[in-house]
Design a protein around this ligand. Structure first.
Ligand code: CA
Length: 285
């Protein structure tokens, strides 16, 4: 498999398909950059930011919102101007935001981690459209993939070291979670990013597992796997004109002392999916 985009990110993450502009947004967390890719023309641009950036999502009123460090920021792509909307965990300098996604009402859900990634010092937050933040889950080690069922009545969530996908009943009106249960156990590497297709099946990126997998969450059945030539598969998002192109981000070496690994590590790949995926939502605040 050849990369869709040769970018060699240190830690490629957070793909989001911008339907309005036909763009794929993604980040390089450790490379401290936001990337914009226009597949139809091949145009690709990178914007450096001052701290570790873990997600990027368009705002419905224009511009972008990112999680960087422990804050939610607005970002103007043309000028590079950042403006802090809300900050969390100001008493935890060793924490940072990680994966995040907007729900169908345009609230921004994002979780944190302790940079050692071995203690449950992180949490999961929800930034509402009025810019208030509430902590929804505590005791999280590496907050990662988030997804919702097509009817928005279930939220799926990954805390990577647990090697599990859990589900909650989701109240979309109140942004509240209840009735937590385990739905999947992942054994090939660790579950990282996640997205959902129109049939309600879960697509999971396997960090350390060189693959993407598709699962039926109701029966906990593995439907299919797609191998990638990179061990650290980080996240994925459906896009393209009919939402059947699955864009997949990957990571390269994580520190300078580590020898370079695979040729395509850190590149973006794409898989033609047998079903269309759900659209990613913009931030409505
Ligand atoms: Ca991740």
């Amino acid at each position: 498999m050849q990369p869709r985009l040769n970018v060699q990110a240190i830690l490629g993450e957070g793909p989001h398909w911008d339907e309005e502009h036909g763009l794929l947004w993604f980040v390089d967390i450790a490379g401290r950059a936001v990337h914009r890719y226009h597949p139809a023309s091949g145009q690709h641009q990178r914007l450096g930011v001052p701290d570790m950036v873990s997600t990027v999502v368009p705002r419905s009123r224009g511009g972008l919102i990112i999680t960087m460090g422990r804050g939610f920021y607005t970002l103007d792509w043309e000028s590079g101007t950042l403006s802090l909307l809300a900050e969390v965990e100001t008493d935890r300098p060793n924490n940072r935001f990680n994966d995040g996604k907007c729900d169908a009402k345009g609230r921004f859900w994002a979780g944190t981690l302790d940079k050692q990634e071995n203690q449950p010092l992180g949490a999961l937050y929800c930034l509402d459209v009025d810019h208030t933040v509430k902590k929804v889950l505590d005791g999280i080690t590496v907050s990662n993939g988030i997804g919702w069922s097509p009817d928005n009545r279930i939220m799926y969530y990954i805390d990577s070291p647990t090697k599990k996908v859990v589900a909650f009943d989701y109240d979309l009106d109140r942004a509240s979670l209840s009735h937590r249960r385990d739905v999947l156990h992942i054994h090939e590497g660790s579950p990282d990013g996640m997205t959902v297709d129109q049939d309600g099946m879960l697509w999971i990126a396997h960090w350390g597992g060189s693959q993407v997998s598709r699962w039926d969450p109701e029966s906990a059945t593995l439907i299919e796997t797609y191998s990638l030539p990179v061990e650290r598969v980080t996240s994925l998002a459906f896009g393209g004109p009919d939402f059947t192109e699955l864009f997949v981000t990957t990571a390269g070496r994580q520190n300078p002392s580590e020898p370079p690994n695979e040729k395509f590590a850190g590149d973006v790949f794409s898989i033609t999916a047998p079903v269309a995926g759900l659209r990613g939502h913009q931030y409505a605040g």
